[in-house]
Design a protein around this ligand. Structure first.
Ligand SMILES: Cc1cc2nc3c(=O)[nH]c(=O)nc-3n(C[C@H](O)[C@H](O)[C@H](O)COP(=O)(O)OP(=O)(O)OC[C@H]3O[C@@H](n4cnc5c(N)ncnc54)[C@H](O)[C@@H]3O)c2cc1C
Length: 409
């Protein structure tokens, strides 16, 4: 922890990993602090692994971050070798009221710049998805929706930054900070470090970390999501992600296939006081089973291999909370509720602009935007070796990869 860092990033979820990568690639000397033993251990370890196109994102910052990510993520995936599958999504209206909303969603999707979204006939729907329950009233095809390995995406960004000399400190808890007019000192459970500025990307703890720094911006209202994951043997039952028509409360419960072919039903959305890994709720499991049965009846013939939960860093405000306190040299990238994976590169780019333009901090090194192909080997004990470095595998989607191919991710 010696010397003066340009930027300290607090939190090693997908947002922090992406910020670390963007700033390091731009020549900043960065350190990332993560309180858990592994990166990607909280909200980012409990998501669906979908790269959304922004077809229903109306919030200004969220949409622009998703659009930026959509432009730039493919290069990262190709060059580093992260598995993804542009599987598309089929949104189904199960009654006339839901059907009537499909046109509006298609228009929103056009405004968002999502390519190819179109309404399809009922006969086309059942040609494309023969195992979906009959009785649909209307459907929308969103071809650009993609599933990705959500753990490997975030860890890759951190790993690529590490290869360019970023420092990653796990088991390191941010506990406080002081700004002395020239630089900041951050206090952690492992000692102090000095930095020119700090970025709060602490996810569901973002409001607490802001308060500790004396820069309160918002209040987190954790929202739990629960999933039910089927064996990969069920993979032939769907060909795309099957979405309900969204309500004001969110995207609703989806029946989708992970990039490793596990069919997954979820997530739900429940307010909770628990910020970390809430338990599985049996009544919610029953609800998920009902959805599975209502959407793809044959799913019940298959084995459920895992249940998991995640917590969204939701707030009262729908849009991302991106703030820069110039006086305190403090940037907050918080309240990244339900599209942090889909918007991660855009969020990181906005943070870079704040560091450069609002804080006026210059990079210590020259820019290095090289991305290198990684050698990823899944171990049997829940860890993976990436180019010879051990990482804890924390996301159920990545952990379930082993069911089919025991040795390689
Ligand atoms: C059920 C569910 C489904 C979702 N589905 C999708 C999806 O399909 N696609 C999509 O794009 N998004 C999805 N999301 C949203 C996405 O997962 C989040 O937006 C994203 O994970 C937020 O990332 P983050 O880095 O802000 O937070 P986190 O992943 O929570 O990371 C914050 C990190 O900060 C660390 N931290 C906290 N306090 C401290 C401290 N004091 N010191 C050091 N470290 C600290 C935490 O340990 C944590 O690792 C979903 C979310 C959920 C819960």
């Amino acid at each position: 922890m010696s010397g003066l860092y340009d930027v300290a990033v607090i939190g090693g979820g997908v947002v922090g990993c992406s910020v670390l990568h963007e700033l390091t690639s731009s020549g900043y000397r960065c350190v990332l602090l993560e309180k858990n033993s592994g990166l990607v251990s909280e909200a980012s370890a409990g998501n669906s692994g979908m790269l959304h196109t922004g077809f229903d994102a109306l919030e200004k910052t969220e949409l622009s971050c998703i659009q930026y990510t959509q432009k730039n993520i493919w290069d990262v995936l190709h060059k580093t070798g992260i598995p993804y599958h542009k599987i598309g999504a089929t949104m189904i209206g199960w009654n006339e009221e839901q059907k009537s909303k499909l046109q509006e969603i298609r228009q929103k999707s056009e405004v968002a710049g999502t390519k190819g979204t179109r309404e399809i006939s009922i006969s086309t729907l059942y040609q494309m998805e023969p195992h979906v329950r009959h009785g649909a009233h209307g459907a929308l095809w969103i071809p650009e929706e993609t599933v990705v390995d959500p753990w490997l995406t975030a860890v890759t960004l951190a790993h690529q930054a590490r290869r360019k000399n970023a420092t990653i400190l796990t088991d390191t808890v941010f506990e406080g900070c002081q700004y002395n007019g020239s630089h900041m000192t951050l206090n952690t459970n492992k000692g102090h470090l000095n930095t020119k500025c700090a970025v709060n990307s602490a996810g569901v703890y973002g409001d607490i970390v802001d308060i500790i720094a004396g820069c309160p911006n918002f209040r987190i209202k954790p929202r739990k999501g629960q999933y039910m994951m089927y064996s990969q043997k069920a993979h032939g039952l769907i060909n795309s992600s099957i979405l309900p028509v969204p309500t004001g409360k969110g995207k609703g419960i989806i029946v989708f296939k992970s990039v490793y072919d596990n069919v997954i039903v979820g997530p739900t959305a429940e307010e909770t006081d628990i910020r970390s890994k809430p338990p599985i709720d049996d009544s919610v499991t029953k609800r998920l089973m009902t959805v599975a049965d209502n959407v793809v009846p044959k799913l019940h013939e298959n084995r459920v291999v895992r249940m998991y939960t995640g917590v969204r860093p939701a707030t009262d405000i729908k849009d991302y909370q991106l703030h820069c306190d110039v006086k305190r040299k403090w940037i907050t990238a918080g309240g990244i509720r339900s599209t942090g994976l889909s918007g991660c590169l855009g969020i990181a780019h906005m943070v870079l602009e704040m560091v450069r333009e609002q804080l006026g901090i210059e990079a210590s090194y020259s820019e290095n935007r090289t991305l290198t192909r990684q050698n990823v080997v899944m171990e049997t004990n829940g860890t993976a070796m990436i180019d010879g470095i051990h990482y804890e595998v924390t996301h159920p989607i990545a952990l379930c990869k082993r069911e089919r191919t025991p040795s390689l991710l």
